[in-house]
Ligand binder design. Structure first.
Ligand code: T3D
Length: 262
């Protein structure tokens, strides 16, 4: 468990399972939860025993984004640029730069930053009953947590603009068919499937999976030539790994490989 009860953290089978845990507030983010989640992702970066991360929420929601109880305008005007710079942007950078798979299990409503954090993860599954809401438009804000970057890339400008400007809820099936998430899963099977996927990834060649993540993310800004050069360099690195040697040896010996993430 982490020090803060706002994020429950358990490491088992190489998977660091993180549960946002403010269910009475639909797991909306206050400072304590921000700091706790950041500490967990910092651990995931440093701890070699962590080979994959699974992020989900407690109760009936995944996350309703920023805790608006901490933003009462009657008590003064907050500097939201400061809170983005201090809390949301570092979290997004930690998730995207972690060279280990990050699975997200969206167990219920994901609104505002909660939705965009889910879209920043590597493989996002959602309960069939879950909804994604770009709630920012309802309160005069701009999508953050990478939403204006990830939405047009994942689903194109027309759908991105419609979601962001109307704040209409998007159901999990549609999110999957549009390519915003990987799969919609029956509610009662979501955690089981997300855990199985996370354990499978964690027991895989995680060094190579991390390099794959780096390469795919770099494609967003690289030319084809730059990307081909990057693939050459990363393949050279992967080809020197113990996991590659084990993978090929196991294939030749017709047995199951035992990857170590090195
Ligand atoms: O501020 C900055 O630092 C800038 C960064 C901003 C990032 C953002 O995320 S801005 C967007 C903030 N989020 C929202 O605007 C979403 C607000 N919530 C909702 O629109 C709805 O709650 C939902 C559509 C997400 C879910 O609706 P529903 O009907 O299923 O649940 P509910 O009854 O509205 O909420 C249940 C409880 O959670 C309720 O508390 P209560 O009345 O039972 O004591 C509600 O107040 C609380 N809750 C839900 N969302 C938030 C929240 N409390 C605080 N902050 C929330 N965001």
């Amino acid at each position: 468990m982490s020090d803060s009860e706002t994020v429950l953290s358990v490491l088992a089978d190489g998977v660091l399972s993180l549960t946002l845990n403010r269910p009475d507030k639909l797991n909306s983010f206050n400072e304590e939860m921000h700091l706790a989640l950041r500490a967990c992702f910092e651990r995931a970066h440093k701890d070699a025993d962590v080979r994959a991360v699974l992020l989900t929420g407690a109760g009936r929601g995944f996350s309703a984004g920023q805790d608006l109880g901490d933003r009462d305008p009657r008590k003064g005007t907050p500097d939201l640029g400061h809170t983005i710079e201090t809390f949301y942007n570092p979290l997004l950078r930690l998730i995207r730069s972690l060279e280990k798979p990050v699975v997200c299990a969206v167990n219920g409503v994901a609104a505002g930053a909660g939705a965009n954090i889910a879209f920043a993860c590597d493989i996002t599954l959602a309960a069939r009953s879950a909804r994604f809401i770009q709630a920012f438009a309802k309160i005069g804000l701009v999508p953050d947590s990478g939403g204006t970057w990830s939405l047009p890339r994942l689903i194109g400008e027309a759908r991105a603009k419609a979601l962001a400007l109307t704040a209409e809820p998007l159901d999990a099936e549609t999110a999957a068919s549009w390519g915003l998430i990987w799969r919609a899963i029956d509610d009662d099977k979501l955690i089981e499937e997300a855990k199985a996927l996370s354990v499978r990834l964690a027991s895989g060649p995680t060094l190579g999976l991390g390099l794959t993540k780096r390469a795919i993310q770099a494609a967003a800004t690289n030319s084809l030539d730059e990307q081909l050069d990057l693939e050459r360099d990363l393949q050279r690195e992967a080809g020197r790994s113990a996991d590659y040697a084990e993978g090929v040896t196991a294939f030749l010996e017709k047995r199951k490989p035992e990857f170590k993430g090195r």
